[in-house]
Design a protein around this ligand. Structure first.
Ligand SMILES: [Zn+2]
Length: 107
């Protein structure tokens, strides 16, 4: 999906196409979620909770965006341990305080 950031920027530059900006950490976060979620016994596992874990984990990691065009701003990427810790912390947070009322046990 292509997005245009059309706010006043620097003189002569009125818009930036940001559709090619990717989140390089997203695959690592998803991989860590695949690994860690099955090990958490009382994790709700509904779509909202899964999305919350994904968002919280990504937001807790340092920004590491890579643009496919001319500018690449890069810090040392978080290590695998950093990503695992971020996902584990997000899982614990959502498990303890899901962002929805309790739902009846489906079993
Ligand atoms: Zn849930």
């Amino acid at each position: 999906m292509e997005e245009v950031l059309d706010v006043p920027l620097t003189p002569g530059l009125t818009a930036v196409l940001i559709g090619d900006v990717t989140l390089p950490l997203a695959p690592a976060v998803v991989a860590a979620m695949r690994e860690l979620i099955p090990a958490v016994q009382d994790f709700c596992g509904c779509r909202l909770c899964v999305e919350d874990v994904y968002a919280i984990a990504l937001n807790s990691l340092p920004a590491h965006y890579v643009q496919s065009g001319s500018l690449v701003l890069r810090r040392a990427p978080p290590s695998d341990d950093d990503v695992q810790r971020a996902v584990a912390d997000a899982l614990d947070r959502v498990r303890v305080r899901p962002n929805h009322p309790d739902v009846p046990d489906a079993s």
